[in-house]
Ligand binder design. Structure first.
Ligand code: S3P
Length: 452
């Protein structure tokens, strides 16, 4: 659906005072997808607490249902998945629509590669323009067949072979989605499937597969990468899963607090997996007051409570090698950089161009429209902050991208003039309730009609 249609939900953020209070960010999107999918491949019940009930994950649950697993929600919010066993999914009676979710689509392609039937996947306009060859190429080597649009784009049909081949694959880019698609396919292959990643990417698939009883071996390489090997055709057993609060969603609340003087916001139960922690390291280096309290472990994942206080931020150089640990956080980091004193240089951003939107372009254009001085290249961005909030006063095209939408609503909380976004609906893919949660802390976000 085009964002210019009348059904869009334009929102505007107005300057607010100190943000204060406790805010529970929603469940981790990456872990939620994996809990539902791996639960669907396990025997018995997987009870999931804290599942992200955003549209992306609901699409994954609907897909698993179409493929014969059971996934339902109790009144208290616990989700129960009853799986069909590894390789036990059944042909879907319809096209599977993954909505806006690249993670959902790519991981599911890995699972479908292990099933000897044909499935057709599609998605919204954003997902239909995103590259899929990065997963269909290795899955093709394992024996799966794909018929899709140019560049392997959705809609795409996948047919798994009767006997999938285990492979050893060197990832050409550091991507947890590609790694996970291959590992999930490898679950269905006899023997051992190995993925070598050039840099450590989020390891939720490995942790969750091990939690469900698979044998997963992980070795570090001398140059900071990892070699991940899975033994195929295990019996997975349904397990309870508690999903931590999503550090990528908490990032919007954290940066909003950091850039607003006198703020103090507590974010309980946030996932602290080191493969996701890049943003918080960079914010601390910028002078941001981010403290971690009550460090603990739940379901194999480290978590803690973040306490974030309004801070005077300074520009820093963010090198390319940290990108895999904060790949989704660049839009909100760019907002922090726009409010900092001095230059923040961001390198190694090529992958931002193939996210839900071209995020490098969206941030560069949106920040410039809000009066921020910056320069952008193919895979880099330099943002020159003055130490004062930017002017604002622009309406940003969010292009079906939840993180662009939330980033500019956070920025609008400190700019001189309000910042509007053309459509707030994509926020529901990852952070339902974002506007109410922000307003509960003291933000002033509302419908945009008549404001700008
Ligand atoms: C994800 C991996 C990342 C990230 C995405 C979620 C995952 O994508 O951007 O939001 O859950 O595996 P890439 O693997 O394409 O970097």
């Amino acid at each position: 659906m085009s964002p210019s249609q009348a059904t869009c939900r334009p929102l505007a953020a107005h300057r607010h005072g100190a943000l204060r209070g406790v805010a529970r960010a929603p469940g981790d999107k990456s872990i939620s997808h994996r809990a539902v999918m791996i639960g669907g491949l396990a025997v018995g019940e997987t009870a999931i607490e804290g599942l992200l009930e955003g549209e992306d994950v609901l699409r994954t649950a609907a897909a698993l249902r179409l493929l014969g697993a059971e996934a339902s929600r109790d009144d208290d919010g616990t989700w129960r998945v009853f799986g069909r066993g590894v390789g036990g999914l059944a042909e879907a009676a319809d096209v599977i629509d993954m909505g806006n979710s690249g993670t959902g689509a790519r991981l599911l392609l890995g699972i479908l590669a292990g099933h000897p039937f044909t499935a057709v996947l599609t998605g919204d306009a954003s997902l239909r323009r995103r590259p899929m060859a990065r997963v269909t190429e290795p899955l093709g080597r394992m024996g799966a067949a794909f018929t899709g649009r140019a560049g392997g784009r959705l809609p795409l049909a996948v047919t798994g072979p009767v006997d999938l081949l285990p492979i050893s694959y060197n990832l050409p880019i550091a991507s947890a989605q590609i790694k996970s698609a291959i590992l999930l396919a490898g679950l269905h292959a006899p023997g051992r499937t190995t993925v070598v990643e050039p840099a450590a990417t989020r390891d939720h698939t490995e942790l969750m597969l091990a939690h469900f009883g698979a044998r997963v071996e992980v070795d570090e390489t001398a140059d900071g990468g990892r070699v991940v090997t899975i033994d195929g055709q295990p019996e997975l057993t349904g397990r309870p899963v508690r999903v931590p609060a999503d550090p990528s969603s908490a990032a919007f609340l954290a940066v909003a607090a950091l850039i607003t003087p006198e703020s103090e916001v507590r974010l309980p139960g946030v996932g602290l997996n080191p493969t996701r922690g890049g943003l918080y390291k960079v914010l601390t280096e910028m002078g941001g007051a981010v403290a971690v309290e009550n460090h603990r472990h739940e379901a194999g994942e480290p978590i803690g409570d973040l306490v974030v206080r309004g801070s005077e931020l300074k520009g820093v150089a963010v090198p390319a090698d940290i990108a895999p640990t904060m790949i989704d956080e660049y839009p909100i980091l760019a907002v922090a950089a726009a409010c900092a004193t001095g230059t923040t240089s961001l390198r190694g951003l090529a992958e931002l161009r193939v996210k839900e939107s071209d995020r490098l372009d969206a941030m560069a254009r949106g920040l410039a429209a809000c009066g921020v001085t910056l320069e952008a290249g193919d895979d880099w961005l330099e943002i020159h902050g003055t130490g004062h909030p930017p002017a604002g006063g622009a309406t940003i095209a969010t292009d079906l991208d939840h993180r662009i939408a939330m980033s500019f609503l956070v920025l609008g909380g400190v700019t001189s003039a309000p910042v509007a976004i053309d459509d707030g609906r994509p926020i529901d893919t990852s952070f339902p309730g974002f506007v109410d949660l922000m307003n509960g802390l003291g933000a002033r976000i509302g419908a945009a009609e008549g404001i700008i």
